[in-house]
Structure formats: structure tokens, C-alpha cells
Design a protein around this ligand. Structure first.
Ligand code: P53
Length: 482
């Protein structure tokens, strides 16, 4: 056992998922087709193919999820047994507004999340809600071009307003866009679609489109924050809105000053979304960079005022891995996330090539605190691995326990020794679910094993892994016994 530090009273130990990765029931109770519904399964190293519409014989893992749409009452019981104090999920936009541009919401979808949120509360679990987690209505992509279109801000606001009014009496913690900064990899079509609903564009317009869509998302995020605070005043309750960024530290490949400078710019490039969310302003280097590239981003003075006046209440982030970069000789320091990454000789990798770096959690928390001065919330962290179910239904996932021990230890040091305010820790994904990047079931993250394979074969039964008992003890000791 590793000795940790106790976290402050009321610390939210929990788990995190996203609707499209576990609910299944993709066409039930009036739900519309989302971008996740047209993504076929990929494999380790094989990207997911996107189809123009739902093909009759395609293997679409998000159509099945783990059938959480029906199984949530039993699954929450297991999570209560695990000791979870909070649970993060998303509200599937397409259950509420099936096409995204309807006048009135789908009552069956709203009623469904009423029941789900009530079930969490009955199990003493605090709900934490993401508004947009890689599951935009496909119709908004096809008809409006996704977030390249300013009009989509209004559709998103209507969705956010509808659900915050409906659940605001029971849900305090909200987040706008999941891992909004994944689109730093604008050369890869996958995050372009997942983050911003961008499809059908020319390669040479991708980068500018990404920045334009990002601005509309940042504006939408600020407007949601404004609205959340109004609703809180009207309803006499508390609503807090956070941004959600994928925190992957980028280190210099060596102590060569040019490498260090490049790493700093890589960090600035990946986290300007956090700067705008937390400080209400675009950084100078980025405005200069846009001018240098000839990008004309539609940002009005009215937009700038909204951004400045409505910064987030907290900073939520995921943490899985870190990277290294080296100097490219470019005086503009342009960061190419797909090309400029080296292996860190001090770190090992998961089977999917994700570098395991627990120390980076403490480094990143300090970096963000010094920059943004906002309370933080770790809303994802975890280890995707192949698990083996023994004949007596056990899973000996000591590698997952080791991953969590290191990462939680670093987090606890950031809180207990560095004094960084942290709301909670919600590891990905509590229960095995469909992988976002590959669509695999076999890339497992849960403390609870789900008997299902990549083709949806299996009994669907749930089993407690060794890590289940371990996390139970972490929570029971409030972080002291790791
Ligand atoms: P999967 C890329 C890099 C880091 C995290 O990822 C990422 C992604 C995009 O896939 O996604 C987040 O399932 C995301 C979750 C996702 C989780 O990390 O690809 O917020 O939806 O499932 C783990 O192994």
C-alpha cells in the first residue's frame, strides 16, 4: 500500500463517462442521429471511419454502448458500493433536440435524464454534467457546417438553457465542451468532427476553420456561463460552469534552450482555450500568429466583451499522458501536434502508445494554477488496457492500480503540499465503455468489467475487478490509503 494524503472534507471522489460511449439506445424515445452514431469501429492504430449516414450492416459500437440506457439503476447501485460520491456523464444533445434546430425539446429525452439524475441522487452520488461531449446532432453538421457557423451557437445555447432550467435544481456542476483543445490536432479529421462538427473542408482551410469554430465555441461557452448564473439567481440555487480541457503536458525533448522555447509555445498553443475561458482574453502571440497566417477570424467587439465578462467558475481537465517536442527552427514557433512529438526516454507507454507520466499531474496542476487561478476539477484520468476475465470472473488489473497510485499520489501532493484547490477526482470510466478514439470495447478503463467484445458479443454482465476493491479503499480513507 502507498501512503497518501487525505483530501479536504467534501472532496468528490467519483468516476466519469460520456452518454454516447455507454448509453446505447441510439434511436430510442425520439433520439436523433449524432456524429458518434456514424462512426464505425476502428482498432488500435486504425482510425474510425465516418459514414455519410447509418449503414444497415455497419459495426457502430456507440449504438450499443453497454446498454446503460436501461441498466443505469443497477449500475449506480454498484457505484454506490464502490463508494462514489460523484458521477460525471453528458446529456446526449440528440435526445433533447434530435436534429439540433427544433423549436421545442423532446420531452421523452428530458424525462429520461430526470430519472437518471434522480437515480444518482438516491444513491448519494453528486451528478456532474457535460453539455457537449463529442455527440453533436449530425443534422447540424450537414445543414449548417457545424461550429464553423455562428448560428450553431444559438442552437447550443437553446439546448444548454433547456437542460440547465430543467435540472438546475439538482445539478450544480456543469461543463461546456469536452476536451475543447483536442482540435489542436486540426490535421486529423477525427477531433475536427468530434469537437466542432467540421466535415467536408479543404485541407488548406482546416487550420483557419478550426480557429473560427473554436471562437464560436468559446463564445457559446461564455454565454452558457452567463445564462447559468442568471438561472441560479432566478431559481435560488447554485450552478457552476467549467471549461474542460485535455491536459497533456508538453515538455522540451532536451535542455537545449530552443527546445524549451518550442515546448512553451506548444503549451501556449494547446491551452489558449483555457486562457480565454479563465481570463476572458486571447493571448497576444495568437493574434500575431493569425495575422502572420493571413487568417481572418470573425471576432466582434461585442464577442470580446462577452468573453471578458463571463469567465468560468472552475477549470476541469482530463489527464492521460505527456509528450515531448523539439525545436523546428521556425521563428514563428508553429506547433505541429501530429509531427513534432518524440518519445520520452524516462517514460513507459500503454499498449495504445500513451506515455505514462504521473509526475506530470503535479506539474500541470501547478502550471494551470499559476496561470488561471481557478479551482480545478480532475474529470478524467485512467488507463486503457486489455483485461483478462478469469474463469471465476475475476480481473487482476494490478497495472491499472499502479497507474492510479502514481497519478493520485501526484494529485494529492499538488493539493496537500502545493495548496491547489481541487473539487474532486473523477477517473475515466468507472465501468468499461466504448473507446472514443478507436471504438473498441477491449480498450478498457473501468473498475467494473463489462462482458462484451468489440462486436457487441458477450453476456453484458458486470464484474468487480481487483481495482474496484482498491478504489473503494482509497475513497473510504479519503485518499490516505493508496
Ligand atoms: P479513448 C484523445 C486523447 C486523450 C483523450 O480515450 C481523449 C482523446 C480522444 O479520444 O479522449 C478522452 O476512449 C475523452 C473520452 C475518452 C477518453 O479520453 O480514446 O474525453 O471521451 O473516452 C479516453 O481511449
Amino acid at each position: 500500500m502507498v501512503k497518501g494524503y487525505q483530501m479536504p472534507e467534501g472532496f468528490l471522489w467519483g468516476a466519469a463517462v460520456a452518454a454516447h460511449q455507454l448509453e446505447g439506445a441510439w434511436d430510442v424515445d425520439g433520439k436523433g442521429v449524432s456524429i458518434a452514431d456514424v462512426m464505425l469501429a476502428g482498432k488500435n492504430g486504425v482510425p474510425r471511419e465516418v459514414t455519410d449516414e447509418v449503414l444497415p450492416d455497419g459495426n457502430y459500437p456507440n449504438h450499443r454502448g453497454i446498454n446503460f440506457y436501461e441498466s443505469y439503476p443497477q449500475d449506480f447501485k454498484l457505484m454506490k458500493e464502490l463508494g462514489l460520491k460523484a458521477f460525471r456523464t453528458s446529456i446526449a444533445w440528440t435526445r433533447i433536440f434530435p436534429n439540433g434546430d427544433e423549436e421545442t425539446p423532446n420531452e421523452a429525452g428530458l424525462a429520461y435524464y430526470d430519472k437518471m439524475i434522480d437515480a444518482m441522487i438516491e444513491n448519494d452520488i453528486v451528478p456532474v454534467i457535460t453539455l457537449s461531449h463529442f455527440e453533436m446532432p449530425l443534422h447540424l453538421v450537414k445543414k449548417y457546417g457545424g461550429f464553423r457557423n455562428r448560428q450553431v451557437i444559438d442552437f447550443f445555447l437553446k439546448f444548454a438553457d433547456t437542460v440547465m432550467l430543467r435540472y438546475g435544481d439538482r445539478v450544480k456542476y456543469w461543463m461546456t465542451f469536452n476536451e475543447i483543445n483536442n482540435q489542436t490536432s486540426w490535421m486529423d479529421p477525427h477531433p475536427m468532427l468530434q469537437n466542432s462538427g467540421l466535415l467536408d473542408y479543404q485541407a488548406d482551410e482546416a487550420q483557419e476553420l478550426m480557429y473560427q469554430a473554436s471562437h464560436y465555441e468559446l463564445l457559446a461557452s461564455a454565454l452558457v456561463t452567463k445564462r447559468a448564473h442568471e438561472i441560479a439567481r432566478e431559481m435560488g440555487c447554485e450552478l457552476l460552469v467549467g471549461d474542460m480541457i485535455a491536459m497533456n503536458p508538453v515538455y522540451p525533448a532536451s535542455s537545449k534552450p530552443e527546445d524549451i522555447l518550442m515546448a512553451e509555445r506548444a503549451m501556449q498553443s494547446r491551452y489558449f482555450w483555457g486562457d480565454v475561458h479563465a481570463t476572458g482574453q486571447y493571448p497576444n502571440w495568437l493574434k500575431k500568429f493569425w495575422a502572420h497566417k493571413g487568417f481572418k477570424i470573425d471576432i466582434t467587439p461585442a464577442d470580446e466583451k462577452i468573453l471578458a465578462e463571463n469567465t468560468v467558475d472552475y477549470v476541469a481537465f482530463s489527464y492521460y499522458m505527456s509528450w515531448t517536442v523539439s525545436d523546428t527552427g521556425d521563428e514563428w514557433l508553429e506547433y505541429d501536434e501530429e509531427a513534432n512529438h518524440g518519445d520520452n526516454p524516462f517514460l513507459q507507454k500503454s499498449d495504445w502508445g500513451w506515455q505514462i507520466d504521473p509526475v506530470g499531474v503535479r506539474w500541470a496542476m501547478n502550471w494551470m494554477w499559476d496561470r488561471w487561478h481557478k479551482p480545478m476539477f480532475i474529470v478524467e484520468n485512467g488507463f486503457g488496457a486489455y483485461d483478462e476475465l478469469t474463469p471465476d470472473h475475476e480481473v487482476h488489473d494490478d497495472y491499472r492500480i499502479a497507474y492510479f497510485q502514481g497519478h493520485i499520489q501526484a494529485m494529492e501532493r499538488a493539493v496537500a503540499l502545493d495548496g491547489i484547490p481541487l473539487i474532486g477526482y473523477l477517473p475515466w470510466s468507472g465501468i468499461d465503455i466504448v473507446s472514443a478514439s478507436t471504438g473498441e470495447m477491449l480498450k478498457r478503463y473501468g473498475f467494473i468489467y463489462v462482458d462484451m467484445d468489440d462486436m457487441g458479443r458477450g453476456s453484458g454482465a458486470r464484474y468487480r475487478k481487483d481495482s474496484f476493491k482498491w478504489y473503494q479503499q482509497v475513497i473510504a480513507s479519503n485518499g490516505e490509503d493508496l
